[in-house]
Design a protein around this ligand. Structure first.
Ligand code: GLA
Ligand code: ZN
Length: 666
C-alpha cells in the first residue's frame, strides 16, 4: 500500500511551523492579517497553533475563550492553510499550579518544583489529567468539522520525569505487573548486592541522588516506566481527539535521540512520527554534522517505517546554542531538503513570527522583529517554499533501504550505567552514527531500527555495541543470519540481559556466541594516547578506545591485532552460518576502516547506492522512490564547490552547501 499524504486531503509538502498569534492578540487586526500575507508570500501552507495557549484558552478555571482561536482557524482556512492544531499541555497555567499543587513536578532529589518554565507537569496527577481531558474534548468538539484542521500536535516535546508520590505508586504498580513477586524482582535486579534486598513493595523508590543509585536493573526499569508513563499520558490526551476526529492524524514532536523516552516504544502509539531538528551548522566543512543529522532523520523515519514530519527547524540562528551563528547562504535550503531526502513530507519551523519578549525573542523565525518580507532569512524561506511547490510528486515516497542499523534506547540506558570499560568514552550513540556515516558517504539508503522491528526486508543488519540483549533479540538475529542475512556486530555486544545481569558462560550471551562463532574473553580499554591497529587485507587501521580479546569458536579470522600482548590475535572475524554470515569487529576504529569494510559488505550484499559513481567527500546522495519514480537528493555539506556524477544528468557542479534533486523514471 503506498503511503498516503499526512493530511489526506492535502497532497502537498507541508511547509509552515509554530505560530503563536495569542502573543499578538492586541495587534490582531494588523499583525494577524499581515501574517497571512507574509505566509503566502513565503509559500507557507500550514501553521501550528495552540502549542502554548492554555492561558489564552482558559484564563481562569472553567472560563473558556476559544473565540480568538476560532478567528485564527478561520484565517487559516480562508488562506487554504492546514492547521497543525496543538493540545496545550506542554505548559500549564499559573492558576492551575496554584490551585492544584499536585500538578507540579517533583525532581529526582524529591523537590517539588515551583511554577514556571514548561514541560513540567506530573504525568500521573488526576487533577492535570482531568484538566487535559476537559481542554482536549473542547478543542476536538469545537474544531472537528473545521476545514483547516489537518493534524493534531499533541503537547510539545514530552520529556523529563516526575518522582512525586503519585508517580511512585504507579511505578510500584508497573513493577508488580512486570515481576509478580518481590522474589522475582530481587533476583532480576541482583539486590543481594550491598544488602539492597526489598521485603515490601513500599520500600521501592525511583532512582535518586539522595537514595538508590546503584541498582542498574531498577534504573533501567525506571526509564522504561517513564516511557510507559508518556505513552499512557499521550493515550489519555488523544482519547477525546480520537473520539471526535478519528480521521485526523495525531503526532507528538520528538527530539532525535532524546535519552528520556524510548521512542521506538512511544512511536507505536503515534499515527505519524515528527521531530524537531536543530543542527548547529558551522558554515565550514559540515560533513560530520550533515551525516549526524542524516542519522537522526533516518531514525525518525524508522520509528514508523514511513514518511515523517519535520515539525520544527530553525530558519536561521538557534538562540539556545552557545554561539548563534547565522545560516550561510543555501544552508536553509540544504537542511530543509535534507529532511525530505530522508523521508520527511514536511518542512516546518520554529517559529513563524519572532516573539517580542521572553527567552526566545532572539530565536530565528520566518518573520523578524522588523516585520516585513525584506529580510535575507525571509527570502531564503520563500525560495524553499517555491521549491517545495514543485515536489508534490514526492509525497509518500519510500526509502528503499536494504540495510538497517540498530539503535536501541535500552542499550544506551544500560551503557550509561555500565561502570566499566572506558567510562568517559563509552560513545554508544557516536558509534552507531559512525557506522551509519559509512553508508551515508556512499549514498546507500539505510534504515535505523531497534530489535523490536522486523528484520525481514533487509539483507544487511548492523548492530554496533549491542551491549544489552532484549528478550528474543539474539534468536531473531540468528534467524536472520540463518535465512541468508549478513549481520555485523562489534565489541561490547551481548554482555547483559534485559534486566542488566551479565551473561554467564562467556560473552556474547544468549546464543550470539554461536551466531558469531566467537567468545570474547576480555576487553582492553585504551587511554586516549594509546593505540593498536587491525591488520586487514594488507593494510593497518588504527584501533582505539576498546580492543576485545576474542577466541575463534567456529568463525574465521579476517583481521588481527598489530601490537601489544595480543598481537596476532583475531580482531575481525566472519562466521558462516546457515545461508548467511555474521561478522565481528572486535575493536573501535576510525572511519577509514568502517568505510573500507562497508564497501566490501555493500558489494557482497549488492547494496545499491543512489548514484552509480563514488561521491566526493561531504556530498550526500539520498534516494526516495515512488513506484517507478525516483528522486535523488544530491547535497553538498561543505563550503567548497564539488562536482558529482549525477548519473542520468551527467556531471553536476554544486556550489558550497548547494542541493539539487535529480528525478528519474516515469
Ligand atoms: C523546541 C520547542 C519550541 C522552541 C524551540 C526553540 O524545539 O519545541 O517550543 O522552544 O525548541 O529552538
Ligand atoms: Zn508525579
Amino acid at each position: 500500500m503506498p503511503n498516503q499524504p499526512i493530511v489526506a486531503r492535502f497532497p502537498h509538502i507541508i511547509h509552515g511551523g509554530d505560530y503563536n498569534p495569542e502573543q499578538w492578540l492586541s495587534w490582531k487586526d494588523t499583525i494577524w492579517k499581515e501574517d497571512m500575507r507574509l505566509a503566502k508570500l513565503a509559500g507557507i501552507n500550514s501553521l501550528s497553533v495552540g502549542i502554548f495557549s492554555w492561558a489564552a484558552l482558559e484564563p481562569a478555571e472553567g472560563e473558556y475563550h476559544f473565540e480568538w482561536l476560532d478567528e485564527v482557524m478561520n484565517l487559516l482556512a480562508e488562506n487554504n492553510m492546514v492547521a497543525v492544531l496543538a493540545t496545550p499541555s506542554g505548559a500549564k497555567t499559573a492558576w492551575m499550579s496554584q490551585k492544584y499543587p499536585e500538578i507540579l513536578r517533583v525532581n529526582a532529589a524529591r523537590q517539588r518544583q515551583l511554577h514556571g518554565g514548561r514541560h513540567n507537569h506530573c504525568l500521573t496527577s488526576p487533577a492535570y489529567r482531568r484538566k487535559v481531558t476537559e481542554m482536549n474534548t473542547r478543542l476536538a468538539q469545537r474544531y472537528k468539522d473545521h476545514p483547516a484542521l489537518g493534524v493534531w500536535h499533541v503537547s510539545n516535546e514530552y520529556g523529563g520525569e516526575c518522582h512525586c508520590p503519585l508517580c511512585q505508586a504507579e511505578f510500584r504498580l508497573y513493577l508488580k505487573n512486570k515481576y509478580g513477586t518481590l522474589e522475582k524482582l530481587n533476583a532480576a535486579w541482583w539486590t543481594s548486592f550491598w544488602a539492597h534486598t526489598y521485603t515490601d513493595w513500599e520500600q521501592i523508590e525511583s532512582p535518586s541522588p539522595i537514595g538508590e543509585d546503584v541498582l542498574h536493573g531498577l534504573k533501567l526499569d525506571w526509564k522504561r516506566f517513564t516511557t510507559e508513563r508518556f505513552v499512557d499520558f499521550y493515550l489519555h490526551e488523544i482519547k477525546p481527539l480520537k473520539e471526535y476526529t478519528p480521521g485526523v492524524p495525531c503526532t507528538a514532536n520528538l527530539m532525535g535521540t532524546y535519552p528520556g523516552i524510548d521512542y521506538f516504544r512511544f512511536a507505536e502509539v503515534l499515527d505519524v512520527a515528527s521531530w524537531d531538528s536543530y543542527p548547529q551548522w558551522t558554515g565550514g566543512d559540515d560533513t560530520v554534522l550533515g551525516a549526524r543529522t542524516a542519522f537522526l532523520h533516518d531514525l525518525t523515519r524508522g520509528l514508523k517505517d514511513k514518511p515523517f514530519m519535520l515539525m520544527e527547524s530553525c530558519p536561521s540562528a538557534t538562540n539556545w546554542r552557545p554561539v548563534t551563528k547565522l545560516h550561510r547562504p543555501a544552508v536553509h535550503k540544504l537542511q530543509s531538503l535534507q529532511a525530505l531526502a530522508h523521508g520527511a513530507d514536511s518542512v516546518q519551523y520554529f517559529q513563524f513570527r519572532k516573539s517580542r519578549g521572553s527567552c526566545e525573542k532572539f530565536h530565528g523565525a520566518v518573520v523578524d522583529h522588523e516585520g516585513t518580507e525584506n529580510t535575507r532569512v525571509f527570502k531564503d524561506i520563500a525560495e524553499v517554499g517555491e521549491c517545495l511547490k514543485g515536489l508534490d510528486g514526492l509525497i509518500g515516497a519510500d526509502t528503499p533501504a536494504k540495510a538497517a542499523i540498530i539503535y536501541d534506547w535500552n542499550v544506551r540506558w544500560a551503557l550509561e550505567d555500565a561502570k566499566g570499560f572506558l567510562q568517559s568514552q563509552t560513545g554508544y550513540e557516536e558509534t552507531v552514527i559512525a557506522h551509519h556515516r559509512s553508508f551515508w558517504k556512499k549514498g546507500i539508503p539505510v534504515d535505523v531500527i531497534d530489535p523490536t522491528r522486523s528484520f525481514d526486508k533487509y539483507s544487511v543488519l548492523v548492530a554496533p555495541m549491542l551491549y544489552l540483549l532484549r528478550q528474543g533479540a539474539a534468536k531473531k538475529i540468528d534467524d536472520f543470519v540463518q535465512r541468508g542475512g549478513i549481520f555485523i556486530a562489534t565489541y561490547i555486544t551481548g554482555y547483559v540481559n534485559e534486566t542488566d545481569l551479565c551473561y554467564l558462560g562467556g560473552f556474547p550471551g544468549d546464543g550470539l556466541k554461536e551466531t558469531l562463532g566467537i567468545w570474547n574473553e576480555e576487553i582492553d580499554s585504551l587511554y586516549p594516547q594509546d593505540e593498536n591497529a587491525i591488520c586487514w587485507k594488507g593494510k593497518q587501521y588504527r584501533a582505539k578506545d576498546f580492543c576485545e580479546l576474542i577466541h575463534l569458536q567456529g568463525a574465521e579470522a579476517l583481521g588481527s591485532y598489530a601490537a601489544d600482548f595480543y598481537q596476532g590475535r583475531p580482531a575481525l572475524t566472519v562466521n558462516r552460518r546457515g545461508k548467511g554470515k555474521a561478522y565481528y569487529i572486535a575493536a573501535r576504529t576510525d572511519d577509514n576502516f568502517l568505510d573500507d569494510f562497508y564497501a566490501e559488505i555493500a558489494s557482497e550484499a549488492d547494496l545499491k547506492p543512489a548514484l552509480p559513481g563514488s561521491l566526493p567527500a561531504g556530498v550526500s546522495a539520498q534516494l526516495r522512490t515512488k513506484g517507478k519514480k525516483e528522486f535523488v537528493f544530491i547535497q553538498n555539506f561543505t563550503n567548497e564547490q564539488k562536482t558529482v556524477d549525477s548519473g542520468t544528468e551527467g556531471l553536476k557542479t554544486l556550489a558550497p552547501f548547494e542541493s539539487v534533486i535529480v528525478k528519474r523514471g516515469s
